[in-house]
Design a protein around this ligand. Structure first.
Ligand SMILES: CC(=O)SCCNC(=O)CCNC(=O)[C@H](O)C(C)(C)COP(=O)(O)OP(=O)(O)OC[C@H]1O[C@@H](n2cnc3c(N)ncnc32)[C@H](O)[C@@H]1OP(=O)(O)O
Ligand SMILES: CC(C)C(=O)C(=O)O
Ligand SMILES: [Mg+2]
Length: 503
């Protein structure tokens, strides 16, 4: 039968220890309510003795949260435990979480205590906390660099003193999955009491293995995992809640475990935290990154359009996103392009699609992001329906504030390349004059406008050129991320319309 794994969220305590992630009272309450909707089992609301603000936050969260256990961290000191209890006692399900370091390095240099003193102090403080609260979690800080014999003995002593949860933290993100699996297995073998309480793990991400280590620990028998939304936390952060939960969900076949988290609330929780802290997750972050459900390359897009599971191991809906994203860019192919045209409401012939696709690819080579407006611009404003008697091959402009602008333009007419050079009053005027020399039509420029049709630094500029010929006005439009190119295209489009009208 599948085992339940309890989710202990420490976004509001260890997560808040991330530089730049401090939250005020209202923000912490808002985040705690979202964690309740997410259905985590335990919310570590703060470290009550840290400041009066933290004390108030823990107390107010304890008052307002009904369905989760609310915990406060406390050093193994009476004043910390008193303060933690004063704050969490309002909770429906309160927990005091006390800790002391157990590695030689921490005991010697930081606590300046001998191992036996640490053990005695831990037992003493657990008994002290137990007077207040039934649910006591004990953490052996820096457990993964501690002696396993010592840990097993200490755990047995604190369990006999009343601890309900033993936490085995990888405080400095030092361990590896195999090593952590063996470490927990060894301690379970050496301890007489560990299996009578919940075994928790709390992994940091210094070597990028926090989630992998957490899952290895679960395999070794851990029943509670400590984690944070978006993986925020001290230094490189804690194990990310969304990654652990979705790994459990997606690889049920391997892990045979479950948790109570409502995965559909994951995205909302991630976004709320980013909004509150102002710290955005990296785009390629697993599960909640902007690109986690986005496909840009043609082969992948084609696969997903045929059958989503070709490239998606979980659904966007399962984490509360409405859909995946097909990002059009230079790696995209015809299938995705046609799909987007359909979604935008265009019913084009095969030939028109091919032509538009060609232009889309040219644009994608110049522009990082192709927006729907870019595609609409290609379809509706370009010269698809007019035969191009003259086509632009290449142009070179020499221009500056102290020299006369010169343009060299090469056009193609029935497979023939024709080149002309002209000077002008600025680069656009020079280019227009060079084209005029090539096409040799009697026409006057009536109007010329330029504006941006899409967003961003690499926005497309649309040029509109009106040419007068035989008392009639011919309007041409051209699009490009380069304004001179857009202008040349617009000019040529007018010229081609004049020539078309003569056929
Ligand atoms: C691995 C972790 O994430 S542990 C949690 C880390 N989080 C935080 O530290 C955030 C909140 N911390 C704070 O606001 C402050 O550090 C406080 C209020 C807890 C303590 O502040 P101060 O009294 O000024 O002490 P300071 O932080 O400089 O030093 C820590 C003291 O706690 C002692 N200490 C550290 N851990 C423990 C422990 N688990 N049990 C008992 N004493 C401890 C240290 O030995 C040191 O003692 P000393 O003052 O007698 O030398
Ligand atoms: C207080 C403990 C659980 C901790 O945050 C750690 O060891 O990383
Ligand atoms: Mg920690």
């Amino acid at each position: 039968m599948a085992r339940q794994i309890k989710i202990f969220d420490t976004t509001l305590r260890d997560g808040e220890q991330s530089p730049g992630c401090s939250m005020n009272l209202q923000e912490k309450i808002q985040m705690a309510r979202q964690l309740e909707l997410l259905k985590v089992d335990v919310i570590e609301a703060g470290f009550a003795i840290a400041s009066s603000g933290d004390f108030t936050s823990v107390r107010e969260i304890a008052k307002s949260i009904k369905n989760c256990t609310v915990a406060s961290l406390a050093r193994a000191l009476p004043k910390d435990i008193d303060t933690a209890w004063e704050a969490v006692k309002y909770a429906k399900k309160p927990r005091i979480h006390t800790f002391i370091a157990t590695s030689d390095i921490h005991m010697k240099y930081k606590l300046k205590m001998r191992p036996e003193e640490v053990l005695e102090n831990a037992v003493h403080m657990v008994r002290y906390a137990k007077k207040y609260c039934e649910d006591i979690e004990f953490s052996a800080e820096d457990a993964t660099r501690s002696n396993p014999e010592f840990l097993a003995r200490l755990f047995d002593c604190v369990i006999k003193a009343g601890v309900t949860v033993i936490n085995i933290p990888d405080t400095v993100g030092y361990t590896t999955p195999d090593e952590f699996y063996n470490f927990i297995t060894t301690i379970r073998e050496k301890s007489d009491y560990l299996d009578k309480v919940d075994i928790s793990v709390h992994c940091h991400n210094d070597l990028g293995m926090a989630v992998a280590n957490t899952l290895a620990a679960v395999k070794a028998g851990a029943t509670q995992v400590e984690c944070t939304i978006n993986g925020i936390g001290e230094r490189a952060g804690n194990a990310a809640l969304e990654e652990i939960v979705m790994a459990m969900h997606t690889r049920k076949d391997l892990l045979d475990i479950y948790c109570n988290v409502d995965t559909k609330q994951i995205m909302r929780s991630s976004k709320l935290l980013s909004t509150i802290t102002g710290v955005q997750v990296q785009p390629n972050k697993a599960i909640v990154g902007n690109n986690a459900f986005a496909h840009e390359s043609g082969i992948h897009q084609h696969g997903v359009l045929e059958e989503r599971t070709t490239y998606e191991i979980m659904t966007p809906e399962s984490i509360g996103l409405s859909q995946n994203k097909m990002v059009l860019g230079k790696h995209s192919g015809r299938h995705a392009f046609e799909d987007r045209l359909k979604a935008l409401g265009y019913a084009l012939s095969k030939e028109e699609i091919m032509k538009a696709f060609q232009q889309f690819k040219e644009l994608a080579d110049k522009k990082k992001m192709i927006y729907d407006e870019d595609i609409e611009a290609i379809i509706t404003r370009n010269t698809i329906i007019y035969p191009e008697v003259y086509k632009l091959k290449r142009f070179v402009i020499n221009s500056g504030n102290t020299i006369t602008a010169t343009a060299s333009v090469i056009l193609i007419n029935s497979d023939r390349e024709i080149e002309e050079v002209s000077i002008g009053d600025g680069p656009v005027d020079a280019a227009f004059k060079a084209i005029e020399k090539i096409v040799g039509i009697d026409m006057t420029l009536e109007d010329y406008k330029l504006h941006s049709v899409t967003e961003g630094k690499d926005a497309q500029g649309e040029a509109v050129v009106k040419l007068k010929h035989d008392e009639k006005i011919y309007t041409g439009r051209g699009l490009s991320t380069d304004i001179v190119e857009a202008s040349i295209k617009a000019y040529l489009s007018s010229v081609n319309k004049i020539l078309y009208s003569k056929e």
